[in-house]
Design a binder for this molecule. Structure first.
Ligand code: NAD
Ligand code: MG
Length: 372
């Protein structure tokens, strides 16, 4: 029962991947120029009334043309434009969405359409899950990170002052439309951050894909549309397959946290916003590779390939010196685990991952080796 890739003849050059989640199954369509593809929009945005949620950076780029397309399909279209940034992924912005929906007298058939990166996607999905106990939701991710990661899998939510992503829900969209052309306006640093999650998918699941990324990293960074389309497609397939087996993170889904135990420590140690999430994950994967090598799970050549690919993606490979004590404390915090021991996602070998505890001296050796 493999996740299928279907070539859709009527949708020019776009590829559609079906996420098999029973009655919550939905299609992800990946390709160029999808925002102006009225056949596709017609088939994916089913409702008559649409409210687009976006932000002040993305709105000037894509809101007008998307609105025009939907109007031409005879839909009623409105927009909510939120401030840009992770610091606005909060309760106040969520309330702004609910206030607008109620003021506009939106009913349960209104479709919420998220147009933006992971911040807009997570918030809009959560709003859709709760407004009138759940309304239709479509994702149009416009960052590489959102296209390869946050728009797949149904995790939605907002931050709480005491913790990132602490308030949320699992809520699957009706459809995801990943228009690769929108990446043309994405800053290079954000593109690299998205590449971290692409590399992660290869490292933990598919060594052949990892090799493909190595061979195409320059094209990806130069925004070659064919290369980016394939990277997004394969990443979505890999993530969708994991999510299909473990929708609510009972076990397997944790492998998607490869590089994240170290990465989260870096993010909170440096203060959120200093390094992008993908940058912290890039460095975190180097550290996890070092640890995998120390435990004899991967060989030196593999470890070196990971370091070199992370570097070639434009991501940091040496960890910030937070002090050994702080490092240890920060990683304790990241216990997405039971029983008090930190669990690490390690490679054994490349293309396969294990979730395991690690001897303290090994962890210290990795910290010492990877810190600047
Ligand atoms: P983001 O949404 O903040 O986008 C990054 C920046 O790029 C923003 O300034 C945004 O406005 C801008 N932008 C978006 N599209 C653009 C475009 N096409 N051209 C130019 N600029 C554009 O950040 P992100 O990296 O997309 O997402 C990060 C968020 O995703 C975090 O809040 C994280 O918690 C969440 N996330 C969720 C999941 C999940 O499973 N739900 C997974 C990973 C990450
Ligand atoms: Mg991540």
């Amino acid at each position: 029962n493999q996740t299928k890739v279907i070539m859709e003849q009527e949708i020019h050059q776009a590829r559609t991947l079906q996420v098999d989640l029973g009655e919550r199954a939905y299609p992800i369509t990946i390709g160029e120029g999808l925002l102006s593809n009225s056949t596709l929009l017609q088939s994916r945005v089913k409702g008559q009334r649409v409210v687009i949620v976006t932000n002040t950076v993305v709105a000037p780029l894509y809101l007008e043309s998307l609105t025009q397309q939907l109007l031409q399909l005879g839909k009623q279209v409105e927009a909510i434009v939120l401030p840009d940034g992770e610091e606005y992924k909060n309760w106040e912005s969520l309330m702004q969405v609910f206030d607008a929906l109620l003021a506009k007298k939106c009913d349960r058939k209104t479709t919420l359409l998220a147009l933006g990166g992971g911040v807009i996607g997570d918030m809009t999905g959560f709003a859709a899950s709760a407004y009138m106990r759940g309304i239709p939701f479509v994702q149009i991710p416009t960052t590489l990170l959102a296209q390869v990661d946050s728009s797949v899998g149904g995790k939605t939510g907002i931050n709480h002052p005491l913790g990132k992503n602490m308030i949320g829900a699992f809520y699957q969209p009706q459809a995801v439309i990943a228009d690769i052309s929108t990446l043309n306006t994405l800053p290079d640093r954000e593109l690299s951050a998205g590449l971290a999650e692409v590399i992660k998918h290869g490292a933990i699941i598919d060594s052949g894909f990892f090799t493909w990324i190595e061979n195409n990293i320059e094209k990806l960074r130069a925004k070659d549309m064919d290369a980016l389309s394939y990277a997004v497609l394969r990443s979505c397939e890999i993530k969708a397959n994991v999510v299909k087996q473990d929708e609510r993170e009972g076990g397997l889904r944790a492998i998607l946290n490869f590089g994240h135990t170290f990465g989260h420590a870096i993010e909170s140690g440096l203060g959120y916003g200093n390094w992008l999430h993908g940058e912290a994950v890039g460095c975190g994967m180097v550290m996890a590779a070092d640890l995998s090598y120390r435990l004899g799970y991967i060989d030196f050549v593999t470890k070196t390939r990971i370091v070199q690919l992370v570097e070639a993606a434009g991501l940091p490979t040496t960890a910030p010196d937070l002090g050994e004590q702080t490092w240890s404390e920060l990683m304790e915090v990241d216990k997405k685990n039971e029983g008090g021991q930190i669990k690490f996602i390690l490679l054994k070998p490349l293309g396969t991952s294990v979730i395991t505890e690690v001897p303290k001296d090994m962890l210290l050796a990795t910290l010492r080796a990877c810190i600047q």
